[in-house]
Design a protein around this ligand. Structure first.
Ligand code: FMN
Length: 205
């Protein structure tokens, strides 16, 4: 079993990394492998709506989005973690997730998702909400903790001092591990849910 973790921050070893490192420790304890992709320092461009992915199943820009897609296809869960920039996820992770989710047609049903927001002070719940939207349009159950998944810190390393935030993301990883393992058993016993028919109306009746 494995979880792909995306870090939107450009700061290596920054506060988002600290949150993910804590989660990775809990996953390891539970026998779940992790791969952390630090995409914050990369030149990730946004989706240009060319529609080529509809024919090829991958993004026309052959960068870490396509590499992440291969890992994501095999993964049992996805963690999207972002520093808060102007009360939203940072630009890199938005561009990355737009292209990752839009360009891939493999089934994401029952891959468990979790979002983590990291900020000095404000904008965490808005960020959390935006990140969760990728999961909830994809048949992905969302793991939760005992507080919304936010960690506070400004300068590199300050997140270590946010005891409640660190406990929240560790608990999140515990709950996500449980969900991943339970879904694996459920899939064996009951299979995946049936796919209903899908009609696009675009609000035109
Ligand atoms: C461009 C920019 C915008 C930011 N906007 C916010 C914000 O809206 N709210 C906030 O609390 N912190 C804001 N911050 C602070 C970061 O969220 C904070 O330093 C966080 O710990 C960065 O995480 P990192 O170390 O993983 O990069 C901003 C930082 C930058 C560089």
């Amino acid at each position: 079993m494995n979880v792909l973790m995306i870090n939107g921050s450009p700061r290596r070893g920054g506060n988002t990394s600290i949150a993910l490192k804590n989660m990775a420790e809990v996953f390891a304890k539970n026998g779940i492998d992790t791969e952390i992709l630090e995409i914050g320092g990369e030149d990730i461009r946004g989706c240009i709506a060319c529609g080529k992915c509809g024919q090829t199943g991958k993004c026309v820009f052959d960068d870490s989005v396509n590499r992440a897609a291969e890992i994501f296809e095999r993964a049992d869960g996805l963690v999207a973690a972002s520093p808060v920039y102007y009360a939203s996820p940072n630009g890199n992770i938005i561009s990355f997730l737009d292209r990752l989710f839009y360009s891939t047609s493999f089934d994401k049903t029952m891959k468990v998702g979790a979002a983590v927001a990291v900020a000095r002070r404000g904008g965490c719940t808005a960020t959390f909400d935006v990140l969760n939207k990728y999961f909830t349009i994809s048949g992905m159950p969302v793991a939760s903790s005992r507080y919304w998944n936010m960690v506070h810190g400004m300068s590199k390393g300050e997140a270590e001092q946010d005891a409640e935030g660190i406990e929240t993301v560790r608990m999140l990883a515990e709950n996500m591990s449980f969900l991943i393992r339970s879904i694996a058993l459920g899939k064996e016993k009951f299979g995946l849910p049936e796919k209903g028919k899908m009609t696009f109306t675009n609000f035109v009746r």
